[in-house]
Design a protein around this ligand. Structure first.
Ligand code: ADP
Length: 600
């Protein structure tokens, strides 16, 4: 019962959602369904009965023709309406729904915190909800009308048959049993078959993806990966064939039983019964026979339509469930959180006894850090030490599980989130380039005419301006080929420098460079960081790197190990201390020297 209740609620939710986006769609879907059932019932019940009865009672030909003409006109008008709605109105409504629903989904997917993208279950629901969401929402509402008007039409057709001959109603039992019992069994078989096929389909989808995604193209050409993939593909296809074979006999028998119960018993049974009563016992008139025979056809189809809609309503309920879970999700850190205004200056940022775990494992442990205005800081440590996590905590992508982060003496949770985030310009190592021009990729917003100088300066500081100048349209050249056929593809290192320019152009008091230079060699990284340092003296900056030499000229260094500060101080002091920092620095220097010798 609980399940049915949820399915009912989900369908109601879909109806409300579509109504909010495009009420016209809801109304026209209802009207076309209603008129469809009306046509069936009117034709099989009223029309047949009236015409045959009029002929039997030898009514005037002209009055019969008038009735036929009025019916034909009404039906022609209904057809005209259907053609107009299906041809002109609904296609436009479909676009409106697509736009409206995607807008809601995009807004929500921007608002949910980063952790949601890492939660497999949530992410699964999210991707399932996004898949053809507009089409499925429209279908859901169409099905709701199918169920509602289907019930009404079934009751009306029952009443009509009952009125003509109460025993004829008994024959309707067959399509009801046929539809409910056998459809349930058939959908159970479908479910089992899909479940057995799922692992094979996943493999097939994976191989397909590998074959068309550019990321794999290099390896496919240079290795035997394609043959390995093809072997998996062939195995998966074989699996699909076997699963299909396993279920075909069962499905064929069930389909045969269904067809007999739904059509044969009612059609043949009712015809024999009607013929007997009309021709042998003379207890039924020709008009009544005509009505019950045409009613049996229409009520069979009405019942088929109704049960199909009901099954679909259950199926759609699952899709709406995913959509609802996603849209009704309450963000732990809502982007629209309206706290106090943090102002435009940063005097001090402090991490006080901060701990944090992604799931169970604690990756930041009782951490204390302090960043003061006008100084440059380096956060160093091995891969996995927790450096990026610190930036994510600072950006409030996550909140600490213990301790607090303070900005100008106040917990950062108190501030308006959007205004707070504006205080930082961050260049991440796992950056993304968008299919936009170089200028837009640097600005990350719509460009104004007077932005050009700032973008050029930022590109110069990042050391990539000369490269951009050599592109066909300079800073207006489109990057990547998603939108523009003549879009330009740059090297990994060049992209990273554009990311650095992104941080420069942003008028934020605190700039963070989280290994945006990992695609560069150590010397190029050192030079880039030096250049940034030089251009940003007296600005508050944080450099993150696992190469210690790159950031040795920062004013203050935090060395991180297993999520906690292992050592801190100025480079020279730390070297003198001969602690973990000096050890790591020396090891890396020896490595670089050895590599240079091998190179030489
Ligand atoms: P660093 O930047 O120093 O290389 P990170 O902060 O990226 O280190 O990661 C610290 C630890 O947290 C690593 O052990 C990493 O595997 C883990 N980690 C990072 N991101 C996630 C995540 N989204 N979910 C679970 N664990 C994560």
């Amino acid at each position: 019962m609980k399940k049915q209740k949820r399915v009912f609620r989900n369908n109601l939710y879909a109806l409300r959602l579509l109504w909010k986006i495009c009420p016209r769609q809801v109304i026209h879907k209802a009207a076309t369904r209603l008129l469809g059932y009306f046509e069936w019932l009117f034709y099989s019940a009223f029309f047949m009965r009236y015409v045959v009865h009029a002929l039997e009672t030898e009514q005037e030909f002209s009055s019969i023709m008038t009735f036929v003409a009025i019916t034909a006109t009404v039906f022609a008008l209904i057809t005209l309406y259907n053609s107009y709605v299906n041809g002109s109105v609904l296609p436009v409504c479909n676009v409106i729904v697509n736009k409206g629903l995607n807008r809601i989904l995009f807004r929500k997917s921007r608002q949910v915190e980063l952790a949601c993208f890492e939660d497999k279950e949530f992410y699964n629901k999210y991707t399932l909800a996004m898949e053809k969401a507009d089409e499925r929402l429209i279908e859901t509402v169409d099905v709701i009308w199918g169920v509602l008007f289907g019930v009404a039409a079934t009751i009306v057709s029952f009443c009509f048959m009952f009125e003509v001959d109460k025993y004829s109603v008994l024959f309707i039992i067959f399509p009801i049993i046929g539809n409910f019992v056998f459809n349930r069994k058939m959908s159970h078989i479908d479910f089992e078959r899909n479940k057995d096929m799922a692992p094979y389909n996943r493999k097939i989808a994976y191989v397909n993806r590998v074959m068309y995604m550019a990321d794999y193209a290099k390896e496919i050409r240079l290795t035997k990966a394609f043959s390995l993939m093809r072997r998996h593909y062939d195995e998966a296809i074989q699996g699909v064939i076997e699963v299909t074979k396993k279920y075909t006999k069962k499905a064929a028998v069930l389909h045969w039983l269904w067809a007999n119960f739904v059509f044969a018993f009612i059609f043949e049974g009712l015809l024999i019964y009607g013929a007997y009563r009309t021709l042998v016992s003379h207890s039924m008139s020709m008009s009544e026979l005509a009505v019950i025979t045409s009613m049996m056809v229409s009520s069979t189809w009405i019942l088929i339509g109704f049960t199909e809609s009901l099954m679909k309503a259950f199926k759609n309920g699952l899709f709406i469930d995913n959509l609802r879970t996603f849209l009704e999700y309450q963000e732990a850190i809502p982007e629209s959180y309206d706290g106090i205004n943090p102002g435009e200056e940063i005097q001090k940022i402090e991490f006080r006894n901060v701990s944090f775990s992604y799931k169970e494992e604690e990756v930041i442990r009782n951490l204390n850090l302090c960043f003061e205005a006008g100084k440059t800081y380096a956060l160093v440590g091995h891969n996995g030490a927790g450096k990026t996590t610190i930036v994510k905590l600072l950006m409030r992508f996550y909140d600490p599980s213990e301790g607090e982060i303070l900005l100008n003496g106040r917990n950062i949770k108190d501030y308006n989130l959007q205004q707070y985030r504006k205080l930082f310009a961050t260049a991440f190592q796992d950056h993304q380039m968008f299919s936009l021009s170089v200028m837009e990729n640097v600005l990350m917003r719509k460009a104004a005419p007077n932005d050009e100088k700032a973008v050029v300066d930022a590109l110069k500081m990042a050391g990539v301006y000369e490269k951009v100048l050599s592109l066909p349209e300079g800073i207006h050249t489109m990057l990547t080929r998603e939108f523009a056929e003549d879009g330009v593809v740059l090297s990994g290192g060049e992209y990273q420098k554009i990311i650095v320019a992104r941080a420069f152009v942003r008028q934020s008091p605190f700039k963070i460079f989280d290994e945006p230079s990992s695609a560069l060699d150590p010397i190029a990284e050192y030079e880039l960081f030096e250049q940034i340092l030089e251009s940003g003296r007296n600005k508050t900056m944080l450099f993150i790197s696992h190469r210690l030499s790159s950031v040795q000229n920062a004013d203050y260094v935090y060395m991180l190990e297993h999520g906690a500060v292992a050592e801190e101080g100025v480079h020279e002091e730390l070297m003198e201390k001969k602690g973990p920092y000096a050890e790591m620095y020396t090891k890396q220097a020896v490595n670089y020297l050895a590599r240079e010798e091998v190179g030489a």
